[in-house]
Design a protein around this ligand. Structure first.
Ligand SMILES: Nc1ncnc2c1ncn2[C@@H]1O[C@H](COP(=O)(O)OP(=O)(O)OP(=O)(O)O)[C@@H](O)[C@H]1O
Length: 232
């Protein structure tokens, strides 16, 4: 077992969230441990993205507790592209390096080392040649690569990826998790509809469909789903 693998990074207890009068998340309890990658699965509209947004404080919970045992600047987040205002006038380089800011230091200056790190990531994700392009001047896949680089630039201890495979071509999609492992030591929480593509990289599975079913061991999820079992 890797060092520090028992360190708890997040604990969520009795969490409830509603949009207007509709309860979307009901009594969510979960823990995330360092080095144990998690897949969040579940049907469309089940509340996966909402759960992550509530955990990260983008949406305000109605009740319950959310505790992080890592600092805010050690958390990376890849939102879905549709959450993003692509008409915002920012270029690809600035988008990637903005992953080093948080709400307390939004307009700070970046030092040379930080700029170098941004350039390395742009090269790793094959978008260096686009660094001066505005985000509405690149393709969906190129923007997705930039957003993944942005999520990784702070070398986060914990990274949340909301459907990272969106817009990526097959070749890059295959390399994605290897690349993340190569570039960071992050524990990954990934929302996905494609379990077979991420299966080798995850340890646990949370199924979020209003409530949550936690499978500490991914094999237990597969065993409890005969259809998956016969196709694995
Ligand atoms: N801004 C909003 N206002 C009101 N309801 C919303 C809002 N955003 C999402 N919802 C509703 O909350 C529910 C959960 O949405 P969410 O995006 O979290 O689901 P999801 O599991 O991530 O879905 P998918 O697999 O389709 O991406 C859905 O019923 C959705 O219609």
């Amino acid at each position: 077992m890797a060092n520090g693998q028992n360190k708890k990074l997040v604990s969520v207890q009795n969490l409830n969230f509603k949009y207007n009068n509709d309860y979307i998340l009901n009594d969510i309890n979960l823990d995330i441990f360092k080095g144990k990658n998690v897949a969040i699965l579940g049907r469309n509209g089940g509340g996966k993205s909402t759960l992550v947004k509530v955990m990260l404080g983008f949406l305000r919970k109605n009740s319950g507790s959310i505790e992080f045992f890592t600092s805010e600047n050690k958390i990376g987040y890849l939102p879905q592209i549709r959450e993003f205002d692509t008409s915002f006038p920012i270029n690809i380089f600035d988008l990637v390096i903005s992953g080093l800011t948080n709400k307390n230091n939004l307009f700070r200056k970046f030092n040379n080392e930080e700029k170098k790190r941004a350039e390395i990531l742009l090269k790793e994700f094959d978008i260096f040649h686009l660094k001066n392009k505005l985000i509405n001047e690149v393709s969906g896949g190129q923007l997705q690569r930039a957003l993944i680089a942005r999520a990784l630039i702070s070398s986060p201890e914990l990274i949340f990826l909301d459907e990272p495979e969106s817009f990526l071509d097959k070749e890059f999609e295959f390399k994605l998790f290897e690349k993340i492992k190569e570039l960071s030591d992050s524990t990954i929480v990934v929302i996905s509809h494609e379990l077979e593509k991420i299966y080798d990289y995850i340890d646990s599975i949370f199924v979020v469909e209003g409530n949550i079913r936690v499978y500490e061991k991914k094999e237990d999820y597969v065993c409890s789903n005969p259809y998956l079992h016969s196709h694995k």
